[in-house]
Structures are given as structure tokens and as C-alpha cells.
Write a protein that binds this ligand. Structure first.
Ligand code: NAD
Ligand code: DAU
Length: 332
């Protein structure tokens, strides 16, 4: 299979490319990535000289470029997106541009070139906060921050292109990923790297918000399965099945690192902070998928990965990065 992966230099995309080239040694991948602050060529340094892998620097909103790189591929898998909720609260512009208009460019290319499949990677955040139970693929979309609203826009546009033009799309909506190569602005890598440096761990609000965590390789396996076996026009939820409060994750990270709980710093809450996400992934289970990585051991190995790869994350934790958080979420 020849696959165009967009946004493949980020966290999940780079794990996905490594997963596919390992599980399907005959596949070929072209990675189109804009290399924003979150895109990092170092994430795929091991494939630099692999004939099965090629990198193209560019933007999914560039219709001419997308037309060139998408020609003749068997499928496109779209990871490209600004992905951090806090940044979307500061400025939504890039979120709308890539997550809605960029997706439109991909859809038009698939339509014009007759690409057999587009897998669009969406998120559980499109369902919004859920007090009890779990969202199924038929649940209403109630995104409640600029990031998730933009993701819902791209997600719905993809399904509208299927309905209107018969463009062959499948959409995945997964819960919170964690694992190697995640930019140290998201909860788990931020807290691991802060703890390693004996810096405070800024827990928003009361810390009792609940997320469902999935190890990134479980998500990659699910996306790969949907890519090859999913039905056109369908949405598939991908759930880790491990719901836990932020305060609990925080304490577990400190415990794995042998660091004191005095590093925990309760700070002002994220505006519009969603209380809980939860997904029903029965539909995906029917395709034959189940998560393989238990949360506790996957978190332990993730902590170990960051401990052993400080050359990867230290350059990312620049002065700017610290200043950004200090400005937004200073001490209460
Ligand atoms: P990330 O921020 O680590 O990586 C995003 C990648 O997209 C980067 O390499 C960046 O350079 C690239 N990119 C951004 N804008 C681009 C553009 N206009 N053109 C080309 N490339 C562009 O994100 P991630 O955590 O790996 O998330 C990947 C996808 O999965 C996103 O669509 C996100 O919404 C979705 N998702 C993430 C999670 C999670 O927990 N991280 C959960 C569910 C869904
Ligand atoms: O649910 C899927 C989504 O998960 C993805 O679509 C997003 O791309 C991804 O960023 C993630 O969004 P969250 O907002 O859930 O992830 P984040 O790591 O930013 O925050 C996780 C929880 O931890 C959330 O309740 C906010 C809280 N938090 C986060 C940070 C960065 C803190 O308490 N302190 C922090 O410093």
C-alpha cells in the first residue's frame, strides 16, 4: 500500500509511521508535514535513509502541493492539526485554518484524484464533556473549546463529502494518547519532564477532571485496522478504557520517578475545561481490535522513555515554553 500520511512528524503520526513500516514491511509512506513547533524530524530519524519512507515539507492547506503528493497513493491518513487545547484558547486562527480548511483541501484532492481512501483522525473531544456513560459514534457533537470545535468542523466536513460526493472517508475519534515522542506541553510528558527537573507540576482547577488514556501504539493499531478494514462513511471510536482523574495520573508519575508530591502546584483552571470524556468503542471491537497495553505498565515505560531521552525533550523546553505557561497558568 502507498500511503500519504499528513502530520506524520508529530506525536501520533510518527508513531503510526513506525508502526506501519514495521507491521507492513512492503508499504511505502510519504509524510507531508508543515513542521510547526510540534513537528519534529528527530521523531523519524531512524527512517531517514529508508527507501520506503519519504518526507515532504509543506502545508495540507496548499492545494497544489497536496495535488502533487496525493497523486497515485492508495490512501491518505490525516493527522495534521494544531492539537493543544490551551493554545486554541489563546488564538484559534491556525486551528480553523488547518483543522477545517486544510481538511477541505484533502477532501477535494481525494475527490479529484480518485484516491481510494481518506482516514481522517478526529478526537473524543468533539462529543464534549459527558457526566455519565460513554459517547457512541451516534452521540451528538457538543465541542466546547476552539480546538474541539475546529476538529468537529473538519470531522463533519469529511462525513458531508462522503454523503454529498461519495468521497471515501473513514473517521476515527480517539481518547487521550500518551507515549514516546509526545510534545512536552501535554499533561503526561509535561509532568514527567517537569518532575525530572524538580519543577512544579501545574494541576488545573481541582484536578478531578477525568480523561480516558490510551497508549499511542494501541491507537496506531486501531487506526491501521480502520484504514484497511473500516467501512466508507463510518466513524470509529477508539478508547483506552482507562478513565482516571488528572490528580491521580499526577501522583502516579511522581511515584514512578520517586519524586515528592510537594512538586504538585494547584493552579487556575483552564477556561471552559471539559470535566470528563468517555467513549464506547464497541463498534471497533467488532472489527477485531482490543487495547494491548495496560495503563500502569505503559505509563511506567513512558516515564522510562522520557528519562532515557532527555536529548529529545530538553531542547523543546525552551525559555519561551516556560514563559508561555507562567503567563497563562501562574500560581493561584
Ligand atoms: P501533534 O501536535 O504532536 O502533531 C501534529 C503534527 O501536524 C505536527 O507534526 C505538525 O507539524 C503537523 N501540522 C500541523 N499543521 C499542519 C499543516 N497545516 N500541514 C501539515 N502539517 C501540519 O499532534 P498529535 O497529538 O500527534 O495529534 C495528531 C492528530 O490526532 C491530530 O489531528 C489530533 O487532533 C488527533 N488526536 C490527538 C489525540 C492526543 O491525545 N494527542 C487524541 C485524539 C485525536
Ligand atoms: O481527548 C483527546 C484530546 O486529548 C486530543 O484531541 C488533544 O489533541 C490532546 O491535546 C488532548 O487534550 P486534553 O486537553 O485532554 O490534553 P492535555 O494533555 O492538554 O490535558 C489533559 C488534562 O490535564 C486536561 O484535563 C487538562 C489537564 N492539565 C493539562 C496540562 C497541560 C493540567 O491539569 N495541567 C497541565 O499543565
Amino acid at each position: 500500500m502507498r500511503v500519504l500520511v499528513t502530520g506524520g512528524s508529530g506525536f501520533i503520526g510518527s508513531n503510526f509511521i513506525r508502526y506501519v513500516l514495521t507491521e507492513h514491511p512492503d508499504d511505502r509512506i510519504v509524510n507531508l508535514d508543515k513542521l510547526t513547533y510540534a513537528g519534529n524530524p528527530a521523531n523519524l530519524a531512524d527512517f531517514e535513509h529508508d527507501a520506503r519512507y519519504a518526507f515532504v515539507h509543506g502545508d495540507i492547506a496548499d492545494a497544489e502541493l497536496v495535488g502533487d503528493v496525493a497523486r497515485g497513493v492508495d490512501a491518505i491518513v490525516n493527522f495534521a492539526a494544531p492539537s493543544h487545547v490551551d493554545r486554541s484558547i489563546l488564538d484559534a486562527d491556525e486551528f480553523l485554518r488547518t483543522n477545517v480548511l486544510g481538511v477541505r483541501v484533502l477532501l477535494d484532492a481525494v475527490r479529484t484524484l480518485g484516491v481510494p481512501r481518506l482516514l481522517h483522525v478526529s478526537t473524543d473531544e468533539v462529543y464534549g464533556s459527558i457526566a455519565t456513560g460513554a459517547a457512541t459514534e451516534a452521540s451528538p457533537l457538543r465541542p466546547s473549546n476552539p480546538y474541539s470545535a475546529a476538529k468537529a468542523g473538519g470531522d463533519l466536513l469529511a462525513l458531508a463529502y462522503w454523503n454529498t460526493h461519495g468521497v471515501p472517508v473513514v473517521v476515527t475519534r480517539s481518547s487521550n494518547n500518551f507515549g514516546p515522542y509526545q510534545y512536552p506541553e501535554k499533561l503526561i510528558p509535561l509532568f514527567i519532564t517537569n518532575a525530572l527537573e524538580s519543577q512544579p507540576l501545574p494541576v488545573y482547577g481541582d484536578g478531578l477532571q477525568v480523561r480516558d488514556w490510551i497508549y499511542v501504539l494501541d491507537n496506531c493499531a486501531a487506526i491501521d485496522l480502520v484504514l484497511r478494514a473500516g467501512r466508507d462513511g463510518e466513524v470509529y471510536n477508539i478508547a483506552g478504557g482507562h478513565e482516571v482523574a488528572n490528580a491521580t495520573v499526577t501522583r502516579e508519575i511522581l511515584r514512578w520517578l520517586g519524586k515528592p508530591e510537594s512538586l504538585i502546584q494547584m493552579v487556575a483552571d483552564r477556561p471552559g475545561h471539559d470535566r470528563r470524556y468517555a467513549l464506547d468503542a464497541t463498534k471497533l471491537a467488532r472489527l477485531g481490535w482490543a487495547p494491548r497495553y495496560p495503563f500502569a505498565s505503559a505509563l511506567e515505560s513512558t516515564v522510562r522513555w522520557y528519562r532515557e531521552h532527555d536529548a529529545w525533550w530538553r531542547p523543546l523546553k525552551s525559555g519561551d515554553f516556560r514563559a508561555y505557561y507562567a503567563r497563562q497558568y501562574g500560581r493561584r
